[in-house]
Design a protein. Structure first.
Lengths: 407, 407
């Protein structure tokens, strides 16, 4: 699909704004979903002349992670272009990855030594505090910064989690990262030694092995975090940028690191946001509106409250977005899309597979005069149920940016 | 899809009529689309017991040309089976292409010579009149009819456009036509010399190069059309015929050359039509009704008026078709389909990507009792939104012409 689209794109002066209310889709509590319970006069008014439908992020029944769901929204096949765990974790910590960087996700663990052999007693080191994590990372970092010319950087995460980035000299390919996880997945077993699937990843595995030996020697005296387990060895996927795929100058307006990181992977300019409120984001959108063709605006807290099972608070975020929508439209948007990356029903306290409400508004919509923007209006409207990867082609078409296919 | 269907087809005496109202789909003006504004009592009556839906000609967001859209309607993947520009232009001029023919689209251009080097001053030769075009073509044709055993035929088109057909002795494959366009795409540049991508197309390129030299020598003294630019070197795609794919004896009832040409490519019998009115077409349908299993009946002017932005006239063509529909049904049609090849909203004055209304009527329809045949009734009916390539299997199924798949 992206291949066909890339051959047909052309530039014009139109402005596209894709608003992603993370985890927007929901399930009913007392007969109404979060979106149906929310008072959304602006969304309702716009939707009566818009195109509505639902999108399936990956496949029917598949609950996506945020990285995969966003790739799909942006038109990249999320199955063919899986983002490695290490890279995703690094993006979540706001770490910039270059083409020579390999990212690995780490857990601190507690081991007991049987002779020289470590045996895992706690795979999460008793979920040490984030402060404790920072202290241990700092001990390791001052003792270890390079192995055989490969620069090593450790970044603390939350609790027992961290990221290690291995910066090689040449550019890396995916095959360099084909190194097994070292987590034995069970207590009472020894950690797995890193090993590579091919010649180039064997080199990586040797460096990872030495990294583990040297780092774990440094922390051998720690009471809890006296060992590390590594997994998700990965490099940045090699994806066409928004400019290459769509001829769009794209700006990312997102407060949270993971979403900023995925946008950066796709060549979007990641714009500064002064805080994490929707109002802060709209100020950024407004200040940069003339400089880009396409904006991705991300609202995080619909998902956070969904994960918390806080139905009312998720409703509140949707209402807040609705109240600010006129400010966005007032900038002179030609094509507005409002959707989620996936569903996060408060009733499930987790991401889910349910198709996600989608509204596309432009002057080229048939409009259905349907009542409001909701899961039910979207499921009986003109777009039907589409795949998330079909959204970008539709936005480009509504923006007049796709030439005719064939004569 | 077509592969599965071909293995399951069987013959019977049923009659299928596929009516294509070109560019049928529309967008609302004063709240109603062209189809919704039209008074269509016959379509409305039939649709209440029919299957309704919308079809996507190529992919979501993709606006198709007529050739691609018709291939899809006829069940041929329009992306895998793209029809070359030269072939499409030839079909549009009613030129018969055999398996040894290569078609090329030509533009007359005005060049200035710097020494012996032509430099393009006007890529369209001031859009010379069609009469002027005919005169220049006739000059070239009398001077040039063969190069190295390859027969050369020039056919004038409208204004500065023409088609040249190179008739080789052996049958051609697509790789023989991999010759670059010679249009430099900008004034002030020299035309590109034809070159081939591989050995067999290099031979074509040499002939094309000599063709250009010899023809342009003939017209060097012309005031405007003193040069030619060639593009879209192409051969007939090698597609299974309707007989091969569907075991259908198929008749084409279309007044306009391009549609007759595409039908011929697919092995349909192209039937004589005495004029270009829907009434003329129905007389042809009626006269040949006993001789075929499947009829493709094409109504052009819905599209033409859509392209003109003439909403009322497009409505008028739909109403005219509706008024004549009882004559078609009176012939004893078992499966009737009414749809468009794509949308051509008068509001956009162009083809568009919007899904196209589709009605299939047979005695095997569930029927929805919906109110009328329109974009909105189709978007909330039993077929949902399907791909155009799924229509032929449905028509064959409704005609009882598909065996069970598997035991």
């Amino acid at each position: 699909m992206q291949d066909i689209v890339s051959k047909l794109v052309e530039k014009n002066s139109s402005k596209i704004v894709l608003c992603v209310l993370d985890g927007l889709g929901g399930l009913p509590v007392d007969g109404k979903t979060e979106l149906e319970a929310a008072r959304t006069p602006n969304l309702d008014r716009i939707s009566s002349g818009a195109s509505l439908g639902l999108h399936v992020p990956v496949e029917r029944g598949i609950t996506p992670g945020s990285g995969a769901a966003h790739l799909a929204l942006f038109g990249y096949d999320p199955v063919r272009n899986e983002i490695g765990r290490g890279v995703l974790e690094a993006l979540g910590l706001g770490i910039d990855l270059g083409p020579s960087d390999m990212a690995v996700r780490g857990n601190f663990a507690t081991v007991k030594y049987e002779g020289d052999t470590p045996v895992v007693a706690d795979r999460r080191a008793g979920r040490i505090s984030t402060e404790e994590n920072r202290r241990v990372i700092s001990r390791i970092s001052s003792a270890l910064s390079e192995i055989c010319g490969v620069k090593i950087n450790f970044y603390p995460g939350l609790e027992h989690r961290f990221v290690v980035v291995l910066s090689f000299i040449p550019h890396l390919s995916e095959s360099d990262a084909l190194v097994c996880d070292t987590d034995p997945q069970a207590e009472g077993k020894s950690p797995v030694r890193p090993s590579g699937e091919n010649k180039s990843s064997q080199k990586t595995a040797e460096i990872a092995g030495e990294l583990i030996d040297r780092a774990c020697e440094v922390i051998r005296d720690e009471p809890a975090a006296n060992y590390m387990l590594l997994r998700g060895f990965s490099v940045r996927p090699n994806l066409p940028t928004f400019e290459e795929a769509y001829e769009l100058r794209a700006g990312c307006v997102a407060a949270y690191p993971m979403y900023r990181g995925v946008s950066k992977l796709l060549g979007m300019d990641v714009l500064d946001v002064s805080g994490d409120s929707i109002g802060d984001e709209i100020r950024t959108l407004s200040a940069n509106f003339e400089n880009y063709d396409f904006f991705y605006l991300h609202v995080k807290k619909t998902d956070s409250y969904g994960e918390d099972g806080n139905f009312a608070a998720k409703v509140g975020v949707i209402e807040e977005f609705d109240s600010l929508l006129p400010e966005i439209m007032g900038l002179g948007v030609d094509v507005l899309a409002v959707t989620g990356d996936h569903s996060t029903p408060a009733a499930m306290k987790s991401h889910s597979w349910h198709p996600v409400p989608l509204m596309i508004s432009s002057k080229y919509c048939r409009g259905g005069g349907v009542a409001g923007f909701s899961e039910s209006s979207c499921s009986s409207s003109d777009l039907g149920i589409i795949k998330a990867t079909e959204i970008m082609p539709l936005l480009l078409a509504h923006a007049g940016r796709l030439r005719k296919f064939g004569a």
